[in-house]
Design a protein around this ligand. Sequence first.
Ligand SMILES: *[C@@H]1O[C@H](CO)[C@@H](O)[C@H](O)[C@H]1NC(C)=O
Ligand SMILES: *[C@@H]1O[C@H](CO)[C@@H](O)[C@H](O)[C@H]1NC(C)=O
Length: 386
Amino acid sequence: MEWHLGPLFIILIMAAKCGSGNGMPQSQQHHESNSQLDPDPEFIGFINNVTYPAGREAVLACSVRNLGKNKVGWLRASDQTVLALQGRVVTHNARISVMHQDMHTWKLKISKLRESDRGCYMCQINTSPMKKQVGCIDVQVPPDIINEESSADLAVQEGEDATLTCKATGNPQPRVIWRREDGEMILIRKPGSRELMKVETYNGSSLRLLRLERRQMGAYLCIASNDVPPAVSKRVSLSVQFAPMVRAPSQLLGTPLGSDVQLECQVEASPSPVSYWLKGARTSNGFASVSTASLESGSPGPEMLLDGPKYGITEKRDGYRGVMLLVVRSFSASDVGTYHCVSTNSLGRAEGTLRLYEIKLHPGASSSNDEHLNYIGGKWREISRE
Ligand SMILES: *[C@@H]1O[C@H](CO)[C@@H](O)[C@H](O)[C@H]1NC(C)=O
Ligand SMILES: *[C@@H]1O[C@H](CO)[C@@H](O)[C@H](O)[C@H]1NC(C)=O
């Protein structure tokens, strides 16, 4: 049945087009307005949906032809609040204004856009039945990182797991990536896998690090971005903690009398250790007899070395790695003996042992014999005390 209506529709549409008046001869327009039946108001095209960043101004344009004695109103679609009627704003919102342009167009403007302005707006003609069109505003919001829901700096013992989380908001929903602040690769252990995978960036708001190793320690940055600048980032410092480990690359050092000699220990520790040098016997093992001997003779046991004219003590640290250096100046017979570099932190204590002996430049010329061999035998303390 409706097939027969086809041609009639086309005629109506053509009539409506004549009514728009653009470039039509005067006579036809005159004829049109004189016609018995005024054409109904109708919309020209659609209202464009728009997207603007928060803070900017959004404009929705509603175009109507043949309005006649009817009126155009703007309503908020969600709650049907009337915002404007014809050229007049009827809501108490200073950010809303309306403009009537080129006869046909009614524009709704919302300045200083807020997120709460996001939604659809209805352009209504008060015909009976009422005619309406809807246009929607999307408000873009730059990314933000919610501190309360994101990871703070954290300290984890080596071998345990850690999850770094960054919660970001914004519209569109921001992407979150992680990278290391120092530019190193992020090491990720796939669940159930032994080896660590290297990635420059990790996509996702939660960075899960399983069975942490010390080299995963560092500052991590989560970066949240969407189409709306600026991107934001947060720094999360991950401390991987473990008891000190000490290594002495050269454990036996020979030097001629009168020269300066340097002793070195390499230390790995986290948190940062307290480190010092001891000269003398160890109290804990192997040298107990010496200790006892020292005690019996009123000796205070191992002597802690202090930076000064005789000893130069320095410590360099780079992250969890460090180097302890001891320079013994103007090496003399009393400097022969055992030295310990000791490093302690809250998780433990470690020490390295080095031995200094004298190198005879003119064998036979020296009055002393192979005394230094005795030191290892545990008699050095008495000798060095003279
Ligand atoms: C605008 O968005 C609304 C809601 O999503 C939709 O119904 C309408 O068709 C859109 N208008 C245009 C011109 O795309
Ligand atoms: C991470 O995201 C970036 C950009 O969003 C993309 O280029 C890259 O391919 C993604 N990487 C992975 C592993 O998904």
